[in-house]
Design a protein around this ligand. Structure first.
Ligand SMILES: Cc1cc2nc3c(=O)[nH]c(=O)nc-3n(C[C@H](O)[C@H](O)[C@H](O)COP(=O)(O)O)c2cc1C
Length: 204
């Protein structure tokens, strides 16, 4: 059975463009993978604290020497890593906030990049054989020819971090110019409809 991990980020619920992109992607993915399982990790509902000194102390202590408090500090990180490792495919769906990924998604990254679990002590990524799709919604347009192309940091960062942990089969679908939906200049259906063939192809 193929397992898809869907990481959702936007705090905007049904009004979220990235979440609507996910819905279309998942519908196509389910059609292409009838015998499958989908696991959702919603970062808008996950209490992800930023990294603290006790967390780092636990992180740098070998598992056999960790105290009960250290194990507790790493509990959510362990859970997120296990979710990632159990998946065959992963979708990361996110808004662009201030030219980068939202803090909740950065916190997820900090929790899943774990030495000896997802990143080897030799610096090589350990999460091999998985495919990832990144769904990005942004007010601005960052594609080829855009005057703000050099600010396409969210795309570059996610591509980089996925390759660092060993995921190199990455498709990125950019829902740029999404502000037209919020301004009421275009319907959600019409906006997502233009991305549908890319979403379908990525889900195949
Ligand atoms: C706090 C905040 C910061 C934003 N910063 C940017 C930005 O730097 N660049 C951009 O293109 N859009 C920016 N936007 C617009 C969002 O990317 C856009 O509304 C997108 O649709 C959000 O994704 P969502 O609909 O899935 O929540 C920002 C929106 C918010 C709320």
């Amino acid at each position: 059975m193929t397992k898809l991990l869907v990481v959702e980020t936007s705090p905007r619920g049904d009004s979220s463009i990235s979440r609507n992109m996910t819905r279309h992607f998942v519908a196509h993915w389910q059609a292409a993978h009838p015998d499958s399982e989908i696991v959702e990790r919603d970062l808008a509902k996950t209490d992800l604290a930023f990294i603290t000194a006790p967390w780092l102390q636990a992180y740098f202590t070998p598992p056999g020497e960790q105290s009960a408090e250290m194990k507790e500090a790493l509990h959510l990180s362990d859970e997120l890593v296990a979710e990632l490792l159990a998946a065959d495919e992963i979708v990361i769906s996110t808004p662009v906030h201030n030219y980068n990924i939202p803090a909740s998604l950065k916190a997820w990254v900090d929790y899943i990049v774990r030495k000896g679990m997802t990143l080897g002590f030799d610096g090589k990524g350990m999460v091999s054989g998985k495919k990832a799709t990144v769904l990005l919604a942004s007010g601005g347009v960052y594609t080829e020819g855009s005057p703000i192309r050099d600010r396409d940091i969210a795309r570059h960062y996610l591509n980089l971090i996925l390759s660092v942990i060993g995921i190199t089969d990455v498709t990125i679908i950019a829902g740029g110019g999404a502000k037209v939906v919020d301004l009421g200049e275009e319907s959600m259906n019409s906006f997502i409809g233009k991305l549908d063939s890319s979403l379908k192809q990525a889900a195949a």
